[in-house]
Design a protein around this ligand. Structure first.
Ligand SMILES: CC(C)(COP(=O)(O)OP(=O)(O)OC[C@H]1O[C@@H](n2cnc3c(N)ncnc32)[C@H](O)[C@@H]1OP(=O)(O)O)[C@@H](O)C(=O)NCCC(=O)NCCS
Length: 169
C-alpha cells in the first residue's frame, strides 16, 4: 500500500482524537485512558507544532483515498536546559497496523529531526509489553536507556513497566 505523509492540520483533530480514543481502549498501548483525551487538545497541539517557525512536527499518514491511517508528533521539551530533546508520539489507527504505516511515519519524523539542528535527541516511553512498537523503534536506531518499573497501573489492577528509549542524532 502506498502511504503518504503530510503535515497535520487543525481540521484533522477530531479524526485523530477518535482514533486515539479507540486505541486507548486497549490496555498497554497508550498511557492516556479514553476519557482523558479531548479534541481541543489535539487541535491546540497541531496548531502549536505546525505554526510558522515549526516548534516541532505533527504529521498524518494517508492511504490511496486520502484517508488518515495514523499520526505522529515530535515536540520539544519546554524547559531551556532540555529543549534539545524532543519527545515522540506515534499512533497507527485501529485497522491499519502491520502494513508499513508506522515505518512511513517514523521515516518522516527521523528525517525531519536529522535535518533540524534543534533536535539533538529524541526520547519516548513505550510499555515493555508493546513488542511491535519496540521493534519499530529499534529498526530506526533507538536504544533502551532505562526501565520504569510498575509505571502503568491498568484498570484491572495489573501493572506494566515502561521502557525509556532514545535516538541520539
Ligand atoms: C506500534 C506501531 C506504531 C507500529 O506501526 P505499524 O504500522 O503497526 O508497524 P509497521 O507495519 O510499519 O511495521 C514496522 C516494524 O514493526 C515491527 N512489527 C510490525 N508488526 C509487528 C508485530 N506484530 N510484532 C513484532 N514486531 C512487529 C517490525 O519490525 C516491522 O518492520 P518490518 O515490516 O520491516 O519487519 C502501531 O502498531 C501502533 O500505533 N499501535 C498502537 C499504538 C501504539 O502502540 N503506539 C506506540 C505507543 S509507545
Amino acid at each position: 500500500m502506498t502511504v503518504r505523509i503530510r503535515a497535520a492540520t487543525v481540521g484533522d483533530a477530531s479524526a485523530l482524537y477518535a482514533a486515539e480514543r479507540e486505541t486507548a481502549k486497549t490496555p498497554g498501548f497508550l498511557v492516556s485512558r479514553p476519557n482523558e483525551l479531548h479534541t481541543a487538545a489535539f487541535a491546540a497541539r497541531i496548531a502549536e507544532l505546525e505554526a510558522p517557525g515549526h516548534r516541532g512536527r505533527y504529521v498524518v499518514a494517508t492511504g490511496p483515498q486520502s484517508e488518515v491511517l495514523g499520526h505522529a508528533l515530535l515536540e520539544p521539551m519546554s524547559l531551556a536546559a532540555i529543549s534539545h530533546i524532543f519527545r515522540l508520539t506515534i499512533v497507527v489507527h485501529p485497522g491499519h497496523t502491520d502494513r508499513g504505516v508506522g515505518r512511513a511515519l517514523m521515516s518522516d519524523i527521523v528525517a525531519w529531526a536529522s535535518s533540524d539542528h534543534r533536535v539533538e535527541k529524541i526520547e519516548l516511553l513505550v510499555r515493555a509489553t508493546n513488542e511491535r512498537a519496540i521493534q519499530l523503534y529499534r529498526k530506526f536506531g533507538f536504544v533502551e536507556e532505562g526501565r520504569f518499573i510498575k509505571r502503568i497501573k491498568l484498570q484491572d489492577g495489573r501493572y506494566l513497566d515502561d521502557i525509556a528509549m532514545a535516538l541520539h542524532l
